[in-house]
Design a protein around this ligand. Sequence first.
Ligand code: UDP
Ligand code: MG
Length: 318
Amino acid sequence: MKKDTILYLVIPCYNEEEVLHETTKQLKTKLQAMIKAKKISNKSRVMYVNDGSKDKTWELIKEINEKEELFTGITLSRNRGHQNALLGGLMTAKNYADVVISMDADLQDDINAIEAMIDKYHEGCEIVYGVRSARKKDTFFKRVTAEGFYKVMKKLGVDCVYNHADYRLTSKRVLEEFSNYKEVNLFLRGMFPLVGFKSDIVYYERNERFAGESKYPLKKMLNFAWDGITSFSTKPLRFICVLGFIILFVSIAIMIYSIVQKILGNTVDGWTFLSISIWFIGGIQMICIGIIGEYIGKMYQETKARPRYIISENLEDK
Ligand code: UDP
Ligand code: MG
């Protein structure tokens, strides 16, 4: 077992004044118990990331930091959204911690899973994904859309952990490597699997938000989902090409049909030529757009400049 593991809990907060006190109380108890059990070092901290809140969140975080030794915080200059706030927190926490766990301020993610995650870390895992075992407490709409989303992502070839949000443990090592992913459109839950290393899953039940409202209204959620798809998959561009070929095949059928109609004398002058042209040109144009799309897709991948490989061990260094 790795001794004296410094754990940082990174918690993005946007207008969370209603939940901070309770969250602090519960996390304090949890961390103290874990420190006592020698699972983590007493240098472990909870790091609140104020994401440009408009309410008293930052004042509260400062107050908590003064009163409580285990709590610290950073604040962003303005609201940058959950994923950016989380990244800011992770990149800051990695300078102090051996291992970082990210979670939401509303404690919807069961804090008892923290221990299970740390255990997996001690067993040698570098990333541990928190996965919802059930969505009983989600509304029917949220459940269907969220699960549908993960399925679509999978179809599009994105390696996403099913039903995993941003409740996850990452080691310092992983975060160091992760800092080389410079992309601006963040979809963290899809990016961490790209880093690799030994990983595992911890199941937990997701609770309801105990106070305040969701900071992810439907519009933000849809934007996030769309970002996830377009940041990871260029398959939609390939669909254009496929569609082009389908239309080209249809145009052959239309050609035969039109010529038969012409021979049977069912047409007016010029109809055959026009109907064949429209379908044929349509197909050709769609294929051309698809081909341009293929190149744009390649350029998109290149501009991301993601690391091409990460070496996890080199025996020369031993
Ligand atoms: N959050 C944030 N910036 C934002 C929106 C949300 O930092 O612009 C934080 C929020 O404070 C919470 C987490 O992201 O800690 C998840 O948000 P929320 O619980 O409202 O989302 P839901 O659980 O409803 O999907
Ligand atoms: Mg929530």
